[in-house]
Design a protein around this ligand. Structure first.
Ligand code: 5RP
Length: 225
């Protein structure tokens, strides 16, 4: 079964956790696009009444187009449930996020949410995190930070667009991707990175999620809690 189909199956299952009256954090990426579609469908067919808080401008536009009223994170009292994707999820439920450049807003929305669900296809499950790690940095002084990452053995690369310019996040920051071998201690590494001046946020998410929905090869969605 294709990875895309796994994403759709997992996304539709995850969307079922959304109930009438909820304030829903809506993540970013290609898997979440399917969640947005499923919620849009439920708004029409079931008259589902929800309010959304987006983790990126793109998600906000897409969800609003499907009739989901979208609010800023500071305009709601609380978020009941956030559904987001991930680039990798390890056995201990730590994850790498930020492949879609939205990690800062994703982390803010996740930390203000009572419950968090990640929805992924089966390829995203790993025993330990081992993929490039996005770090969002303030543009001012970012060349110095890049050199520091090099000196520390983090093997950094700039995230560039198709024209070779630095990608700008929704907060107008830059992204530096760190290329590390297996990340044995995500919490320790996250603590180290967040202390570096100029780092706004990193893509390591630990102690965030309550539930993971995985699209499997056999057309089912597996739920881990
Ligand atoms: C964006 C993210 C996404 O959730 C992550 O990149 C997964 O995206 P996709 O569903 O397209 O694989 O963290 O910053």
């Amino acid at each position: 079964m294709s990875q895309e189909l796994q994403k759709i199956i997992a996304a539709r299952r995850a969307a079922e956790f959304v109930k009438n009256g909820m304030v829903v954090g809506i993540g970013s990426g290609s898997t979440i696009a399917h969640v947005v579609d499923a919620l849009g469908e439920r708004v029409v067919t079931e008259h589902l009444k929800i309010v959304g808080v987006a983790t990126s401008e793109k998600t906000r536009r897409n969800a609003a187009q499907l009739g989901i009223p979208m609010y800023n994170v500071d305009d709601v009292d609380k978020i009941d449930l956030t559904i987001d994707g991930a680039d990798q999820i390890a056995d201990d439920f730590s994850a790498i996020k930020g492949g879609g450049a939205a990690l800062l807003w994703e982390k803010i929305v996740a930390f203000n949410s009572r419950e968090n669900i990640w929805v992924v296809d089966a390829t995203k499950r790993v025993s330990k995190l081992n993929q490039y790690l996005p770090v969002e940095v303030i543009p001012y002084g970012s060349d110095q930070l890049f050199k520091r990452f090099q000196a520390d053995g983090f093997h950094p690369t700039w995230r560039l667009d198709q024209n070779g310019n630095p990608v700008r996040t929704d907060s107008a920051n830059f992204l530096i991707d760190l290329h590390l071998p297996i990340i044995e201690s995500p919490r320790e590494l996250g603590d180290e990175l967040i202390k570096m001046v100029g780092v706004v946020e990193h893509g390591l998410f630990t102690d965030v999620v309550n539930r993971v929905v995985i699209g499997e090869n056999d057309h089912t969605a597996k739920i881990l809690e």
